[in-house]
Design a binder for this molecule. Structure first.
Ligand SMILES: Cc1cc2nc3c(=O)[nH]c(=O)nc-3n(C[C@H](O)[C@H](O)[C@H](O)COP(=O)(O)OP(=O)(O)OC[C@H]3O[C@@H](n4cnc5c(N)ncnc54)[C@H](O)[C@@H]3O)c2cc1C
Length: 415
């Protein structure tokens, strides 16, 4: 019997099967890419060709039509077992397109400008034809996520965008950057905006400077926007700067949960590797692996942690699907969105802390062979550590946010 997370819709089944196939394919090169610090362009080409990258595009626009957040989490969870670096990039891309598809389901009046709807359809169709890879470029050095310094200055027919982002996962493969910007409001509180900036826009530079402890094949380097003109229809307002508004909460909570699924996948892979290694050792020697009580206990503790993570992630995905999908997000009151985000952050912290513990214990149980660079466990040990840095929220802020929501604190712009 297998108690791994499973799809809940027919489209999700197709997506999960494809994820398993890609996971097995990417696992064969993940260690080499990690060691050589190479961005695996061929993984992205493969996901583009198979239709994996257009899974969340509606069927009528040529995609697979995956709508359930649960299925998005499951597919990324499976992919991460093979290659965590590619999985976090695929998580960003597919969540971004899940959100764009969701926007299109809103009543046209709620979307405002007709040019925005036309632009949205166009980019979703292009994604379905395998022509688009999205990079979510939000983080900037020295400022918090909701307070971008990247400026979108209004001009004729659009905006002129200038700024520098870092940690831009899969930027080497990206054809479009979904980037947070600050729109000056003339004396009022500035507005947070999300701009879709095509890579070919004059002034875009992908710096390709990624060299990190783990997730080394994720291509999470810097991207510079130097006076880039972006047409009006490609910039979406996201509420006042500094606040987690009703406009951005659904996207950020979905992204956070999908990423938690990736870190669960890394932990599952570590446990699978060590159990396999112990079984082989059993075959080659006198006693069974459980003859050593310390090892048996570690494997048991890991199983318990994995079961808890799967349960909390799956339950939270179901909650999001129930509350976000039918209503059309603007109809969900802000306080309720914060309650949902609290559940996502609780799942996020449980899953990421326990993923780190599971991989660490797997390494201990490996008895030392896992410490060798040639053993995938050493890569998993470094990759899994990335989870707690990723926002929103990192380990520095998550529990405070959860506590504030639970205690009914004012979640105003100082969040
Ligand atoms: C592998 C990986 C992939 C990533 N991919 C992406 C991606 O695709 N897109 C993206 O946008 N981001 C991405 N991120 C970035 C991530 O989500 C975080 O934004 C990033 O790790 C934040 O790091 P930071 O040092 O800039 O900021 P922070 O962690 O916010 O802070 C840095 C330091 O400043 C301190 N500090 C912060 N605020 C205050 C304050 N008010 N007062 C005093 N001290 C303060 C903190 O305590 C901390 O020590 C990725 C990160 C990783 C590790």
């Amino acid at each position: 019997m297998d108690f791994e997370l499973g799809h809940i819709s027919p489209a999700g089944m197709q997506f999960t099967e494809l994820a398993d196939k890609h996971s097995a394919e990417f696992a064969t090169t993940a260690d080499r890419h990690d060691r050589e610090n190479i961005f695996p362009m061929q993984n992205w080409e493969s996901m583009r060709r198979s239709g994996f990258l257009s899974a969340t595009v509606p069927e009528e626009l040529g995609g697979m039509g995956v709508r359930a957040i649960h299925d998005l989490v499951v597919a990324i969870n499976r992919l991460a077992r093979g290659d965590g670096s590619t999985a976090i990039g695929a998580a960003m891309h597919t969540t971004a397109f899940w959100y764009l598809a969701k926007l299109l389901r809103r009543p046209p009046a709620a979307l405002g400008d007709q040019r925005f709807i036309v632009g949205l359809r166009l980019i979703l169709r292009r994604c379905a034809r395998g022509r688009v890879v999205a990079c979510v470029a939000i983080s900037e050095q020295g400022t918090s996520l909701g307070e971008p310094r990247a400026l979108a200055a209004p001009e004729r027919d659009g905006y002129r965008i200038t700024g520098r982002k870092y940690f831009c996962t899969n930027s080497p493969a990206a054809t479009v950057f979904l980037s947070s910007v600050r729109i000056p409001a003339g004396g009022e509180r500035d507005t947070l905006g999300f701009a879709l900036i095509p890579r070919e826009t004059p002034g875009v530079t992908v710096v390709a400077d990624w060299d990190a402890l783990g997730m080394r094949a994720s291509g999470s380097g810097a991207v510079v926007f130097d006076s880039c003109h972006v047409p009006e229809g490609l910039v979406m307002p996201g509420g006042p700067v500094g606040a987690l508004s009703a406009e951005i909460l659904p996207l950020t909570m979905t992204g956070a949960l999908v990423l938690a699924g990736a870190f669960l996948g890394i932990a599952e892979r570590a446990q699978g590797l060590v159990v396999d290694a112990l079984s082989r050792r059993h075959a080659a020697s006198a006693g069974p692996p459980y003859a050593r009580p310390g090892v048996t206990e570690i494997i048991g503790e890991n199983e318990a942690d994995l079961a808890a993570s799967r349960a909390v992630i799956s339950r939270t995905a179901v909650l999001l699907d129930e509350h976000l999908d039918p209503a059309g997000e603007p109809a969900v009151p802000l306080a309720e969105l914060h309650e949902l985000m609290k559940e996502v952050q609780s799942a996020n912290m449980v899953a990421k802390h326990s993923a780190i513990a599971v991989v660490d214990r797997a390494l201990t149980a490996s008895g030392g062979s896992g410490y060798l660079t040639s053993n995938p466990l050493s890569r998993l040990y470094r990759d899994v550590r990335a989870g707690l840095f990723m926002q929103p929220f990192s380990a520095l802020d998550a529990f405070q946010y959860i506590g504030r929501v639970r205690l009914g604190a004012d979640l105003g712009p100082d969040l």
